[in-house]
Design a protein around this ligand. Sequence first.
Ligand code: AMP
Length: 121
Amino acid sequence: MAYDQKNIFAKILRGQIPCETVYEDDYVLAFEDINPQAPVHVLIIPKGPYENMTEFSTKATSEEKAAFIGAIGVVVKLKEIDESGYRTIVNNGDDSMQEVPHLHIHVLGGRRLGGLLSSSV
Ligand code: AMP
């Protein structure tokens, strides 16, 4: 399926809607989730048009991949959850209930996060 240029994170990247930036470089943008599920809830997105991790892991350049992973370490230090612990989540496609079709890593922390998966379906 073709990348949807109208998705909300594409609009954030184009500056058409605002976000609360946590970190930015040539390849990635990290910003506060609008509906935080923990005291720290940051989203990290690549600036390139990748719908999900499958697209990114098979098509992104080495520089894009390094920046995307590297941004996790930067963000958790900026948010001071590197020592207390945190969780990274990437939803991909229907079964994961991915809502926004632009790859994003959720970085969650600041409290005990509970079990890995919700028991509800
Ligand atoms: P997912 O279900 O993995 O696709 O997660 C999408 C996430 O994007 C959710 O946690 C939303 O709260 C978040 N979100 C949606 N719109 C915005 C926005 N305009 N700014 C920041 N976060 C957003």
